[in-house]
Design a protein around this ligand. Sequence first.
Ligand SMILES: C[S@@+](CC[C@H](N)C(=O)[O-])C[C@H]1O[C@@H](n2cnc3c(N)ncnc32)[C@H](O)[C@@H]1O
Length: 969
Amino acid sequence: MNVHDLSRDDDFLSHLLVEKLGTGTVPLVVHKMDSSAKLPKTDTNELMRLVRRLVITKLPLQQGLRQAVDELVTFPAIRYYLKSYNQKQINAFATHASRYFELYHPSGSIEIAHTSRYSSQTGKSELCVLATRPLAPGTVITELKGSMANLTDEEDKELKRAHVVNSDIRRDFSVIHSKSMKKNHLFLGPARFVNHDCDNNCELFREGRYITFRVLRPIAIGEEITAHYGDGYFGKKNRHCLCETCEKNGRGGYAPLDDDDVSSSSSSDSDSDSESSSSSEAESEEEKPVLNLNERRTRRGVYAITATKDDDSDDSENEEDNTVPLVGTKDIPIEVDIDNASELTSLPTSNPPSDINSPARSTPSILTPLQSSSISRSSSSLTSLSSSSEDLKLSEPDILSASSNPTRSQSKGSASRATTSQPTPTPTPSLRRSTRTSSSHLASISRSASASAKDRANATPGTSTGRSRNTPRTEVSVKKEDVDQRVLRARPSMPNVAEAAKEVASKEPPKGADGKALPTCSTCSNVLPVILVDSKVVWGGPESKKNKKKKQDCPRCIRHFAIYQQTWPSRNPPAGAFSIVPRAASPADYASKSSKKVLKYLQKQAEVTSSKSPSGSLRHQQKKRVREETVEESPRPAKKVKVDQPATVKLKQTPATPVKQSKAPQSQSSSPDDTPRRKRGRPRLSSPARQDPKSNAWSDGVVVKVEDAEVTEIPPKRLFSQPRALNGRFGKKDKGQRRSGDGSGSSGSPRSPRVKRERDNEADSSPWTSPRRKRAYDDDEIQILDPSPRKRQVVSRMDGNATKLRQRVMPRPTSTFRGPKLVSNPSPLNFALHAWAGPVILDDSSEDEDSNTSPETPEELQSPGPEIAEGDELSASSLLPLAAPVPRAPLIYKPTPFTFSKRRWVSLSQLPERLASTETVLSKGTEDEDVEEISEPHSMRRERTNSMNAQSYSPRWSKSFLTINPDVS
Ligand SMILES: C[S@@+](CC[C@H](N)C(=O)[O-])C[C@H]1O[C@@H](n2cnc3c(N)ncnc32)[C@H](O)[C@@H]1O
């Protein structure tokens, strides 16, 4: 993947699957690589429905993701976006999309949320990654991945100088550096939302071809996932760092000015907070020009990876050097070539157990009592609001300067802003701790209360060590062998969440300096955050203060509920709930569990939706949504025709039904779930069977709306060349399992004749040259017109009126010359297909043909067709049994391509004679008899068949359409 494509794709996908998803009026604004680029508009509700389907899917992770991506690329906006892409680019896009989808899979353990920690610097709430389950050390957070692209020297320079050209452009990119290759790589995807903390709880982790994150020490629910960007990312010795650890220790951006040494030498000096209070406003002013985080970020923005064992962490001290080594990477296999790693567009090699309740997940809770209590203050988005008296002390000198200048002092201003917007909590030591900052802060407090840094490092037996601030960066304790031996994939379950939540609920709400309770989220009990976009408060602040008597939910909990229909942080429906179709979010749904604020929010959303939709009421919307989900989630059973229903089968409306019906006896006899299945021969490349979710096939349950596809530039086919193997990237593997057509509506849903016509046209101009493709495409047409005589026969039997169908089953014009195609691709199938286009050759040598007339399946052999007495008038109702899934008579002619081709190559010397026979036959029927005969009602056929010597006259091809039951005739 090249840098340009990755940037473009990431901007688009993060917009769709982070910014827009369930955020309502409180967007999770993502920094774009190119914020000026216009993105195609997408229907947010459709997106949400798609993600909801992923959330409730019963499919294993990989298949669920495939399905979601498959569906995504059928969105008109996405098709438009991809129209200029070649197959490789589409595959890369799809893979990148799967990374974002993976965030939402029920087995996931993280969530993207707001953080106000850096608002004072950026004028906006940024994003962060929070744990939704307790994570044990050594756990690899597989869903936190990124895609990489090699940066050319020119691109590298371009990224670095972007800010020089326009300092407003904030390219908040992430770059991974390979020291061995001396190259940088762009690293985008969900992993890009991981913020830096000097006492990081995760590390970038390369495992084989994948780069993801590994947990270094226990992480509690709601705690932020943090990594270490390097010692020089935020200025020399990270002196402008605004992380929680720095805040807690009065270092980095919180350090007393002109005291860099202090900030970098003291590992955990709690006194530094008080020291910081001595920094004066004058000092802050002096510091201003130095601190320009945006510029620094723009220029640097580097996650660094060492690829050699002798990396020197001293490099990190050099501000101009981007090659800051990444902790923990030293012993990651050197042989892993970062070039290969840059091809990392695939899903993890190892997945979390599909059964989320499996024993592997049921590791004991790692929550300590203190950590449990920290849940209530867990969101890092609450940092700026939950200030303590300590923070107040720290930030007092900076209050005046905080609002105007992006200086280090302003980072303290972050806290001061919070203190001005929120009352100071009661200054009891315990409360100071609990209300001071975010959960990770609290977690670290609890950790330090329970163990020293060294103890923490050894807390995980024989696996990883936490890195204390002053530990040399080369300290790496996680060996690859250890990693391989450990079970890293298990995502610990959260058995104690309920208890923790209860505990939280029973606690007193945090209070401000005025002794009044701070407004908290009614779901997670966190102090409500203030969300800023472009320096404007878009959520919280004075408003939430006013409404603090009312119950409110924080944006994170609102979004979570919108996506999962579960209160934060739960994702998994209770056991057995999968069989219940989840209901759409509605005020009624939410009100019982939450507050009026949420009610209003959802109502507002519903209004917006209903104003767009003519169908009106919320109730209607909800019903509609439930219906959709029911249809899309439940396996599609084979359609059944009521045998006793005296109705004419309208092929126009239900073209797919008759064909399926004809197969029903077999599928019923063998498959309890009525899954249509291919009975014999090569497996169909595009079989309707893939619609069965239980078959776990590629396009399970995907409803493809060809009609919606206004963008016709992309042929209606699967957008990916191949599905991906479990551990393979899209388009790279499974070369032997090509399927096609899914992306365009091969789901088996009935197509309108218009669509059919369009597709016919497209088929003619189709760029697909592969016979496989062609075949798959033809298979798609089976629903309406299958080229095989057997199918025609069935269709013919279904149509009592025989008028509509007549047009469809006519042999192709004889003038069509398709020879060259046949020569170039002389497969029996092609031959047979093209043979249909040629003149009809009659063949009365029925003996050897009839020897081929074995039934298709043993079931057919055993089940004779319904007997119809001679001269019976067949009404529509009497025709129905023929169409219904009842046993069929054995076929006289086995319409395989091979047998057909045998006929086709009849000796030319016999031609005149046979043509004469044809004339004889046709003269007995009506005009245009050759057409009529195919589709005429069964009664007529039988009549005529009896009136002529079928043995000698019957044209071979028409014979193939007639079921001549020996018992009857
Ligand atoms: C890779 S991004 C992380 C996600 C980012 N918060 C966002 O919303 O896109 C890195 C950016 O996050 C912010 N950031 C992360 N950690 C920080 C820290 N410790 N101090 C200051 N800013 C930080 C900075 O704006 C930095 O440029």
